[in-house]
Ligand binder design. Sequence first.
Ligand code: ATP
Length: 348
Amino acid sequence: MQTNTVVALKDIVVDFDGQRILSGLSLDIHDKEFVTLLGPSGCGKTTSLRIIGGFLEPKSGHVYFDGKDITRLPPYKRQVNTVFQKYALFPHLNVFENVAFGLRLKKTPESEVRQRVIEMLELVGLKGFERRSTVTLSGGQQQRVAIARALVNHPRVLLLDEPLGALDLKLRKEMQIELKRIQQSLNITFIYVTHDQEEALTMSDTVVVMSGGIIQQIGSPQDIYNEPVNSFVARFIGESNILDGVMMRDFQVEFAGQSFSCVDKGFAPREIVQVVVRPEDIKVVPAIQGQLTGIVETVIFKGVHYEMHVRQAGYEWIIHSTQASQVGELIGMCIGPDDIHIMRAERE
Ligand code: ATP
């Protein structure tokens, strides 16, 4: 465990109805970090969050907070609060009283309640909404109340379980930026759960990609995007071309029937690998100048770029380009050494 680790999961196993949901999950979460658990539905993200919050006890394994074993500590004794997707605000209480609720339970003096609630409402951009009934608020405003209510107790760690899932796309994007700002201004740890890769890449310091109750990769958004460790991560984080290849020697890889310079080394001679090339990293050039040539099969306008499907020998490539080629056109494709990402053969 590193010195700035605030929450550590060690060999966590969870079974439901005889089915293994988490298979020996270990994870260190650093203080003041924005960490996102990312993965498809049912991969165990919420279950991991419930373990950290104390709402679920693992079959085996340990949870540590600041190095102390809290595996059997009840939720209300943990320095952790949770924001759920369904905000569960109290409809009979106004905005102020919803946020004040936890402080009142703890019999906090009235003057302090006032000061802390106002401070939190200001932080989430709801100053002046104190007396409003929560049922008259928009979805985004209700979400802000839920966040203020979770933060008013000054938790060291805030758990957020798909908190933006119910919002429309525009509001979602606004709230992503807001949440990042709130996390930075409070300087506390956020552990965020989502199945939306773009959301994870936008907000996080660290992304934990999960599949089938197992961590596939932990890294910065850039690492996860640029250096996926396996085809699951490569496919889950944005669109990719994934091809079988052979490392001929250090810095030289063969795929799609051609030899390419790359930046990878340390593989066995003629080691079988998988090669990832992002659609936006393929340069379209006149056929005569291409390292590969292919026939354009479809062109779809996507707003900021055109998505083209290109058939080259036995392969179908996806290319994103700001210039549209014509369907049926023979084009050249160039891929720079930095844009070729080599993965060891499958370890999913
Ligand atoms: P989602 O994004 O859909 O919420 P998730 O990654 O958060 O998915 P979990 O909610 O952790 O996934 O669920 C993991 C698996 O455990 C699922 O197959 C789910 O059906 C199962 N599961 C979760 N809670 C229970 C429970 N209380 N009883 C039985 N099975 C459960």
